[in-house]
Design a protein around this ligand. Structure first.
Ligand SMILES: C[S@@+](CC[C@H](N)C(=O)[O-])C[C@H]1O[C@@H](n2cnc3c(N)ncnc32)[C@H](O)[C@@H]1O
Length: 321
């Protein structure tokens, strides 16, 4: 049971951050953002707003921990968001594994907006909603890179990078994931934005198996944003980003045209890029450009990697304020 000590200070902070970030979000054309990022030890929460709904993740030590119903009631009253619009999830703090199993079967999809585009999210059935909010600026950079390009989106999940790439004028895209369910979702996201077409392919395959069989350079932009760990039954062995990133990056570089760019990212908190294990290539860390201000500094790290020298991109800070 969480201590209620400091509950009122917490609620005050929640209300203040919600107000400030709503204003910031409307200036930045987003309708979904992080409101609270586990700042207080006594209040280990991740709280996100999706349109008018709050997705409130309680970080627990183990499954038996209770959720703080009293606090939800206070928060509902103080924010004016009805308790029925709170989506409560529990996440284990030290969970090393993927958390993609279904937690409900409601199948209720909500449309949210970001960067002039629309995305389908599901706030009830999974721990993750279908849109990783910390990557909104990474997606924006991918859009900027994509005009006339052939784009490969690996570990594509619901295809949000693909939607941005096509919106940015990608000539063709390949969206690859192990899960047919997520690929169908990705297709719907493209359709929702009137961006679907025959040059945009969806491939259900294990990324490692795909990269080991495809060897010819034919992409201009590759997005590689894998989970920290995966042990899906649909693939051989396991994926461990710390162990496997040199092979993943090396194989992606082989698929890139000489002027191409790999956008690599992950959210493993202790991640170290093993540059010594990579072939000669240009590497530029761009985390300070891709991390939005509603997220903690450790939400993700990102790099641009190219077969030639360091990518000559002029990156601009995207946040207005
Ligand atoms: C962390 S999400 C990727 C997030 C995504 N890049 C985005 O920005 O929305 C993990 C995704 O990787 C997929 N996945 C996990 N292991 C895979 C594998 N070996 N090959 C292909 N896809 C895999 C899962 O099905 C899931 O959709």
């Amino acid at each position: 049971m969480l201590s209620m000590t400091g509950a009122y200070e917490f609620i005050d902070r929640l209300v203040r951050q919600l107000k400030e970030r709503r204003q910031w979000a409307s200036r930045n054309r987003v309708s979904c953002f992080r409101v609270y990022d586990r700042e207080d030890v006594g209040f280990p929460f991740l709280i996100d707003l999706y349109e008018d709904r709050l997705v409130w993740s309680v970080l627990t030590e183990n499954d038996a921990d209770e959720v703080p119903e009293d606090l939800f009631a206070l928060a509902s009253e103080a924010t004016g968001i009805s308790r029925a619009k709170f989506h409560i999830k529990t996440r284990q703090k030290q969970h090393g594994k993927e958390q993609y199993t279904k937690v409900a079967e409601d199948q209720e999809m909500l449309v949210v907006r970001e960067g002039g585009l629309k995305f389908l999210v599901n706030l009830t059935d999974y721990l993750d909603t279908g849109l990783f909010l910390d990557h909104r600026w990474t997606r924006s950079y991918v859009r900027d890179l994509s005009a006339g390009m052939k784009v490969l989106n690996l570990f594509a999940y619901t295809g949000s990078f693909t939607v941005y790439a096509v919106h940015g004028g990608a000539f063709e895209t390949t969206t690859l994931d192990l899960s047919q369910n997520y690929l169908d979702w990705a297709k719907k996201n493209l359709e929702l934005n009137d961006l679907a077409g025959s040059r945009h392919r969806f491939v259900r395959r294990d990324v490692m198996e795909y990269l080991r069989t495809e060897t010819k350079p034919r992409f201009d932009v590759i997005v590689l944003d894998p989970p920290t760990f995966s042990n899906s039954k649909k693939m051989d062995g396991t994926l461990d980003i710390q162990r496997d990133h040199p092979e993943l990056i090396t194989r992606c570089l082989k698929l890139l045209n000489p002027e191409g760019v790999l956008v690599f990212s992950n959210n493993f908190q202790k991640f170290r890029l093993d540059t010594a294990a990579l072939p000669p290539c240009g590497i530029k860390e761009v985390t300070s450009f891709t991390l939005p201000k509603d997220f903690k500094k450790t939400a993700h790290r990102s790099w641009l990697i190219s077969p030639l020298g360091a990518p000559e991109l002029t990156l601009k800070k995207l946040e207005l304020s």
